[in-house]
Design a protein around this ligand. Structure first.
Ligand code: HMG
Ligand code: MG
Length: 310
């Protein structure tokens, strides 16, 4: 029997190339019940690099009590053989986190804002307004140190405490991060409630708030099985950076209804079918997810991983 592969049918109105921003080692592991050993995290990052991925979000320099699963950030980066040509961004919420990231020799940091008041409080112990003061200090210093800065916006498509989130509110938060100096904005569907028309509405609001599509990345959690459809909607609008997590690992410890991210393998399958270049090797990714599933003691939720026997 030959191995199944999608037939490549290049489709008009889509980008020729997509950058996969792999968040498995960070978003994927921050929510695990147990802390994954640092050697396993390091091997995961090496395997993802072997699979051809070039942007690997590695860890977070957040308060270790808030996210104990990533309390080993220093140890991980000290032991990791960082490869030339591979970008290893890390999450940094505040100046204390930036100090730690700079000491670890990081070149790319990501701040993470909330589009809603409740999640700002729960995730950052801050108000919606205060978060900008915290991030402004981080971005100003990070840029002065020559780092690149990404800005996440969470709860862009719904919030478990506040319900619907106005796209104009999302765009206003994104525009403030862009003005601060974030080179890229990643719009997070933290709890996975978005649908493709909603993606259009949020992107329309961003464009109306003078945030260019070229600056936007998308970050879909797959709670309701909408992540791939939402990704296609974003690609049709010209988005070319898509966040994904190997094997569909992921979630947010401060949003219980958040489940895994869009699985990198599911994304790769669709991109291959659409004839969009991405640089990743599907078999190596599936093997990585199979190996990671053994480490975690449970199978990957990715349909592609399961279909290919991972
Ligand atoms: P806080 O308790 O308000 O912090 O937490 P504080 O500023 O009041 O400081 C209290 C103590 O913590 C001080 O120590 C600080 O030095 C220390 P003391 O003086 O009492 O000895 N401290 C730190 N220590 C180490 N590293 C730090 C740090 N900061 C302060 N960075 C804080 C505020 C923002 C730190 C906390 O709320 C936090 O760490 N939150 C992070 C939560 C998190 O990581 N959530 C998951 C990531 S977001 C996500 O997953 C969504 C995303 O994927 C997109 C999507 O899906 O939508 C990105
Ligand atoms: Mg996330």
């Amino acid at each position: 029997m030959t191995r199944s592969l999608p037939m490549s049918v290049p489709t008009e109105g889509l980008p020729e190339r997509v950058t996969i921003y792999e968040v498995g080692a960070r978003d994927g592991l921050q929510n695990e019940k147990t802390t994954v050993p640092v050697a396993v995290k390091s091997e995961l990052l090496d395997r993802l690099a072997d699979a051809g991925l070039r942007t690997l979000e590695a860890t977070s320099f957040v308060h270790p009590k808030w996210v104990p699963q990533l309390a080993d950030a220093e140890e991980l980066l000290a032991g990791l053989q960082r490869r030339p040509g591979i970008d290893y961004p890390v999450l940094v919420p505040n100046e204390r986190g930036l100090d730690r990231a700079l000491a670890a020799g990081v070149e790319h940091v990501a701040i993470f804002a909330s589009a809603t008041e409740t999640f700002a409080k729960r995730n950052l112990n801050s108000s919606l307004d205060e978060q900008f003061t915290m991030f402004d200090a981080v971005v100003t210093r990070a840029l002065a140190e020559g780092l690149r800065v990404r800005g996440y916006v969470s709860m862009c498509f719904g919030d478990p405490w506040e319900g619907a989130v106005d796209p104009a509110q999302v765009a206003a938060v994104g525009a403030r991060l862009a003005t601060m100096g974030c080179a890229q904005l990643s719009l997070g569907d933290t709890i996975g409630t978005g649908t493709p028309g909603h993606v259009d509405a949020v992107l329309d609001a961003c464009v109306a708030a003078a945030v260019p599509i070229g600056q936007i990345a998308v970050h879909f959690h797959d709670t309701y099985g909408q992540a791939l459809a939402n990704t296609l909607a974003a690609l049709r609008r010209g988005v070319t950076t898509v966040d994904a997590s190997v094997g569909g690992l992921g979630g947010c410890p401060y949003a219980e209804s958040a489940t895994g991210n869009l699985a990198t393998e599911d994304l790769v399958w669709m991109l291959d079918g659409l004839g969009i270049a991405h640089g990743a090797d599907l078999d190596t990714l599936v093997a990585t997810s199979a190996w990671m599933a053994e480490q975690l003691g449970r199978p990957s939720p990715s349909r592609v991983v399961r279909a290919l026997g991972g």
